[in-house]
Design a protein around this ligand. Structure first.
Ligand code: 5RP
Length: 214
């Protein structure tokens, strides 16, 4: 069997996603190594798009390749957002936030008319396995950690650009909907990395032969 070429798979998914964008669109840009392939592909194909970046890293690369990036402040709705994922379950639930950008990523995804997920084939799993990335408010951190129980803070990882503390929740994940609802309802949790299927329009998985599956 041909060994998996993760780089080629990410590139294939990113190239395909870039073709879903048209000139004149407002485009949300995710974060991570798969999105890093998307940015030059978008710049090659489209001269006239406005972009919103989900992290300073993405913003910097996007500007380097010539994309026009603007702040996410007065824009109400995006035409499309494209982002990677850490795990993709068969029912469409995602875990995101490996790169600690899940709060901004979720806000951009929910604001987009179409949210496209791009991934290599190793991201598709039979069952989601934790941990689930979380961003926590610094104020009251000890109390929030106590109430959540099973959270480790990421050592050496800077606060989010919005000042949040990044950690990982190691609790139950057999019912993602109830875990997501519980995390969302816990004061002090800014956001978590469980993305529901309703948020996702299309998942594009790249394969080592250069083809993609949607
Ligand atoms: C960052 C994310 C990324 O999209 C996720 O971690 C996938 O990254 P990569 O494309 O490098 O595998 O959620 O917060």
């Amino acid at each position: 069997m041909t060994p998996i070429d993760v780089t080629r798979e990410k590139q294939a998914a990113a190239q395909e996603a870039a073709t879903l964008v048209s000139d004149g669109m407002t485009v949300g840009l995710g974060t991570g190594s798969t999105v890093a392939f998307l940015l030059p592909a978008l710049a090659d194909l489209h001269r006239n798009i406005r972009c919103i970046a989900t992290s300073p890293q993405t913003e910097s690369i996007a500007r380097q390749v010539g994309l026009m990036v603007e702040p996410f402040r007065d824009v109400i709705s995006l035409d499309i957002a494209i982002d990677g994922a850490d795990q993709i379950a068969p029912d469409g639930w995602l875990i995101k936030g490996g790169g600690a950008a899940h709060t901004r990523e979720k806000l951009v995804a929910i604001s987009a008319q179409r949210f496209i997920v791009i991934a290599d084939s190793t991201k598709t799993v039979n069952n989601l396995k934790g941990p689930v990335p979380v961003e926590l408010l610094a104020f009251g951190l000890g109390s929030t950690l106590h109430r959540l129980g099973n959270v480790t803070l990421r050592e050496g990882v800077p606060h989010s650009p919005d000042g949040g503390i990044i950690g990982d929740y190691h609790g139950r994940l057999d019912d993602p909907q109830s875990t997501a609802a519980w995390l969302s309802g816990t004061p002090g949790v800014v956001e978590h990395g469980l993305f529901p299927p309703e948020m996702v329009t299309t998942i594009i998985v790249g394969h080592t032969n250069g083809k993609v599956e949607q």
